[in-house]
Design a protein around this ligand. Structure first.
Ligand code: NAD
Length: 312
């Protein structure tokens, strides 16, 4: 029979590298592919000694091929934080569209099952709360975030078309804010931003009045959800995230406490089209995957702080 072989695009990124770890641990042969545009080899250098790990330095928006059989493709390549995708909007649109198309083609040739990393951003600035998978979203296609949100909406649409038209086995995960070790300190997302500011003794930057909410999922919980979704037989989108909601102001308080510094805030104008509220409805994940988050925020933040504390 031999080992199952999985291709993980974006394998040198934050989530992709944790997926490489998990699939190796489960006994798979892991092929990571990444052009390192926002990722780093530091995230996977511990894997280069593994016999069942390979790395391809490649842009998946160009033609993609890997020799040998493939059982699964996990398409995680894409800039993910606003600071990145606002700098490289065209590459972001290309990896969501051309990249996804290339990988769907590869999945067809290899008779592989393909899972795509979609996002809660497909809901835009949502008018319903919490967000269920049936909600079609409230996205501004020509706003600054349109390059990411619409790339992901197109990615879902073309994946579904391959599923319906070609009978390809596909899975769609809608990931809500996830955090943990290996995030980049300068990626502009709220958690690394707060942590690095707290560790440098600077005021924490809050955009708007801090009443907007987010929910944060610890990376190990997300990886478990992805693993279960890949192996189940459900082809429609599934939300994976932590429904525990917190205002950005409260979050700033938690981070200051964790870093042992006094709360000091610098308020800045809210960026355009920034969603006010975000919380996943995870009923489907519970029913279909028997999944729910296990790591609470206090524990997840502690583990993340341990990773960041020597890096500032
Ligand atoms: P990341 O930036 O750390 O990882 C993305 C990886 O993709 C990087 O290593 C980057 O170099 C690589 N990449 C980008 N374009 C590429 C291309 N054309 N060819 C090959 N490699 C390319 O981001 P992340 O947080 O790990 O996000 C991974 C995926 O999960 C993304 O698709 C993102 O949209 C999705 N996602 C993440 C979150 C989150 O909270 N982290 C939430 C929703 C969705």
């Amino acid at each position: 029979m031999g080992r199952k072989r999985v291709l993980i695009t974006g394998g040198a990124g934050f989530l992709g590298s944790h997926l490489c770890d998990r699939f190796l641990k489960e006994g798979y042969h892991v092929i990571a592919m990444d052009n390192l545009i926002t990722g780093s080899l530091a995230n996977i250098e511990h894997l280069f000694k593994e016999q069942h790990f390979e790395f391809y330095h490649h842009d998946v928006s160009k033609f993609v091929f890997v020799p040998g059989k493939l059982d699964y493709i996990l398409h995680f390549a894409s800039p993910a934080s606003p600071i990145d995708y606002l700098k490289i909007p065209i590459q972001t649109l290309k990896v969501g569209s051309l990249g996804t198309h290339n990988l769907l083609g590869l999945a067809r040739v290899k008779h592989a099952r393909m899972l795509i990393a979609s996002t809660s951003e497909v809901y835009g600035d949502p008018e319903i709360h919490p967000q269920v998978e049936e909600y079609w979203g409230h996205v501004n296609p020509v706003g600054p975030r349109g390059c990411y949100d619409e790339a992901k909406r197109f990615q879902e649409a073309i994946t579904m078309a391959y599923h319906m038209h070609h009978g390809l086995e596909t899975r769609i995960i809608r990931i809500f804010n996830t955090y943990g070790p290996r995030m980049r300190l300068d990626d502009g997302r709220v958690l690394p931003a707060f942590l690095s500011q707290a560790l440098r003794g600077e005021p924490l930057s809050i955009f708007g009045d801090g009443s907007q909410t987010r929910s944060f999922c610890y990376v190990d919980d997300l990886v478990e959800g992805i693993y279960r979704l890949l192996l189940c037989d459900y082809a429609l989108p599934v939300n994976i995230g932590n429904p525990s909601e917190i205002t950005i102001k409260e979050f700033a308080e938690e981070i200051s406490k964790l870093a042992g510094v006094e709360l000091n805030i610098k308020y800045q104008p809210l960026p355009e089209n920034d969603p006010q509220r975000r919380r996943p409805d995870i009923t489907k994940a519970k029913e279909i995957l028997g999944w729910e988050p296990k790591v609470d925020r206090a524990e997840g933040l502690r583990r993340t702080y341990e990773f960041f504390k020597d890096k500032v």
